[in-house]
Design a protein around this ligand. Structure first.
Ligand code: NAP
Length: 288
């Protein structure tokens, strides 16, 4: 059987380390989460963030606006929190209403409080390969691989998915760790053959059962980022309370590969933990 990359276990270890750092901060640390609307998935993600924050001793301020709020009011809420010394990090929960330009809202967050690392300065740092924050899913995967002592340098990595926040961010994070990276998408021809060539296969497509035994080979590390709600999935008690599967046919792929992250309990908990690692990294740069 393969090594199971247990994100809950790795996140627990990270939580313990972060808790120690929080204790060193002389005042309460507060993360502000701004939510527009009340999507069930957003509520679940916020619940997971709040639970992790409680565990490590960080306060979460949840600012909730109705779906029909004016963009200017949300912008004002961000700008006001940029200037508050009692708030160290700001997240605008995505997705925002479909007709809004999320980038316009996000760019109001000062980089010093941009825990999600989605403002232009942080994205440019990632592109340039400079040290700095990166989006939480990419950071969480790096930490998961590190926890299990799996190196990236010199490895051939293949990432399925090219969204800015997830697929591209992971690909860039891997490239910055000296992996040789291929990115795939819907127009990629012969995905299975390409996937088989990789040492590390990361799947972030949001398509249940996309990756089966035809896409993998012995010795590979498989990271399943996908979160898909399906009737027959595994119950995720911690975060969603729903039945979830990833993008990989776990039962079919796991007997073949060397290591694999499950869904739930793989990348999800690490994404939440990495967010707070980002917060503590930001705080570490402050003088007090
Ligand atoms: P997204 O914006 O919908 O992007 C999906 C990407 O996958 C696109 O680039 C798309 O290609 C590609 N894709 C879709 N179907 C494909 C196929 N059949 N073959 C090859 N590529 C395909 O989604 P996202 O925001 O990046 O999220 C991806 C998944 O990760 C979702 O399930 C999401 O819920 C999950 N997620 C998990 C975590 C976590 O913590 N575990 C965090 C964030 C997201 P095109 O560009 O050609 O359309």
């Amino acid at each position: 059987m393969p090594l199971i990359l247990d994100g809950k276990k790795a996140a627990e270890a990270l939580a313990a380390a972060l808790q120690e750092k929080v204790k060193l901060w002389p005042a309460a640390l507060t993360l502000s989460v701004i939510q527009v609307g009340a999507r069930a998935d957003s509520n679940a993600y916020i619940k997971a963030k709040t639970a992790f924050a409680e565990k490590i001793g960080v306060k979460v301020e949840l600012v909730k606006f109705p779906e029909d709020i004016l963009e200017e009011i949300v912008t004002s809420a961000v700008l006001e929190r940029n200037n508050r010394t009692d708030i160290q990090g700001i997240i605008v929960q995505l997705p925002l209403p479909a007709h809004w330009d999320a980038d316009v809202i996000l760019e109001n967050i000062i980089p010093e409080k941009d825990v999600d690392a989605l403002t232009a300065k942080n994205v440019k740092n990632l592109l340039a390969g400079r040290a700095g924050l990166m989006p939480a899913t990419a950071a969480g995967i790096l930490k998961l691989l590190e926890f299990y002592g799996l190196p990236l340098s010199g490895k051939r990595a293949l990432v399925v998915g090219r969204s800015l926040m997830v697929g591209k961010a992971i690909a860039l994070a891997f490239l910055n760790q000296d992996a040789t990276v291929t990115i795939c998408h819907k127009k990629t021809e012969n995905l299975a053959a390409l996937a088989k060539e990789a040492d590390i296969l990361v799947v972030a497509a949001g398509r249940p059962a996309l990756i089966g035994k035809d896409c993998v080979k012995a010795g590979q590390v498989v990271i399943d980022v996908g979160i898909n709600e399906v009737p027959g999935g595994k119950l995720d008690e911690e975060i969603f309370g729903r039945k979830l599967v990833g993008d990989v046919k776990f039962d079919e792929v796991s007997p073949i590969v060397a290591a694999i992250s499950p869904v739930p309990g793989g990348v999800g908990p690490m994404t939440v933990a990495a967010l707070f690692s980002n917060l503590l990294d930001l705080v570490g740069n402050l003088k007090y």
